[in-house]
Design a protein around this ligand. Structure first.
Ligand code: SF4
Length: 352
């Protein structure tokens, strides 16, 4: 039986950092100047730094306090590396418009990839980033080149500060061979609803069983907020998708994921159903990640027991712990079945 979740009374506010750093060169760019004006208007403490690498004196006495402060600290600077990383399987390249995230998802891989510097960086030299994207598109034309904008951040959660997604979306609208995609756990879609996109940007929302959202995703928008935002995105004509990640084996997982798909179906407007994609990612972790997660979220209920997992060798030396084949198959089959029951026309891009 599918149980209905009552609409959450909580409204997730847009992110407001506690501290803002500027690299001086950022102020040579209109975006840098605009963010400075915004920070002043909001009355936020502002500091200058010659480079984000030099930020060492964040307030806080313990490592945990410093970590929490870093996640509330915005650094406005320039993107120096204009070579894009690959972003398989969701796209050809990762397009870097921001790094870091203010939310506190226990399982987030940024825990390890950002190491000791989890503050949030936004880049003001968008013209350089767009020029690079253009080169990548031209190299592969007439093949389509897809760019993923959420590999190192949740850019929708920062859009009210940076406006960078809007620039990417409108740029990609005029690129016959370029496509943009990004995923979010936030619902603040208003700034992008009226943009010209030509269907070249796929907006996806990261969703999960209620148990996962409740226990492991502090600081993100609620499920109801996300699903409502998904409806707005569909009505604005954007191709829409959902990423179910991380898929977690937990007590009641079958009901949890059954309910999730049923809730999505109930809440989406008709126009969202024609071109819907799903991406399915099972939970995995490395030994390094486990250590960091237990330091930062010592009370986490996240199951990371090597005895219950299968070790998968990694290309770069460090392997990951995934679910044993039998569990992975059960998860994949059940969720796939539920997707096709509710959304017969949807595409499942991958299960990994
Ligand atoms: Fe990481 Fe995404 Fe959660 Fe942010 S919202 S902490 S990027 S998983």
């Amino acid at each position: 039986m599918v149980t209905q979740t009552a609409p959450s009374p909580r409204t997730t506010k847009v992110f407001k950092p506690e501290l803002v750093y500027f690299e001086p060169s950022a102020l040579d760019y209109p975006k840098g100047q605009k963010i400075m004006e915004w920070a002043k208007k909001e009355g936020l403490p502002i500091r200058m730094t010659s480079s984000h690498n030099r930020i060492t004196n964040l307030p806080g006495e313990t490592d945990l306090q410093k970590y929490r402060m870093a996640k509330n600290t915005l650094v406005v600077g320039l993107r120096k590396t204009l070579t894009f990383d690959q972003s398989k399987p969701s796209a050809e390249y990762a397009i870097p418009i921001a790094t870091g995230c203010m939310a506190h998802c226990h399982y987030c891989y940024l825990q390890t990839t950002l190491g000791a510097k989890p503050y949030i960086r936004v880049y003001v030299n968008m013209d350089d980033i767009l020029q690079s994207a253009k080169r990548y598109i031209d190299e592969r034309a007439p093949e389509i080149t897809r760019f993923e904008a959420a590999c190192t951040s949740d850019p929708l959660g920062l859009e009210h500060i940076s406006g960078s997604l809007a620039e990417l979306i409108t740029f990609m609208a005029d690129e016959p061979y370029g496509r943009l995609r990004f995923v979010s756990k936030f619902h603040h879609v208003e700034p992008i609803l009226g943009l010209k996109h030509n269907g070249h940007t796929r907006v996806r929302f990261s969703v999960n069983a209620d148990y996962v959202i409740r226990n492991f995703e502090p600081g993100t928008s609620t499920f109801n907020e996300r699903i409502e935002a998904a409806g707005k995105i569909a009505r604005a004509g954007y191709p829409l998708g959902f990423i179910i990640a991380p898929i977690l084996w937990h007590e009641g997982w079958e009901e949890g994921y059954t309910e999730l798909l049923a809730k999505i179906k109930q809440s989406l407007p008709q126009e969202a159903l024609s071109d819907l994609t799903f991406e399915l990612i099972q939970h995995r972790y490395t030994k390094t990640a486990k250590k960091v997660i237990l330091q930062r979220y010592p009370k986490t209920k996240l199951e990371m027991d090597e005895e219950k997992r299968k070790y998968k060798w990694g290309r770069w030396g460090q392997g990951k712990y995934v679910y044993p084949d039998e569990q992975a198959t059960a998860l994949r089959e059940h969720i796939t079945e539920q997707i096709f029951e509710h959304f017969p026309e949807a595409t499942i891009d991958y299960f990994t």
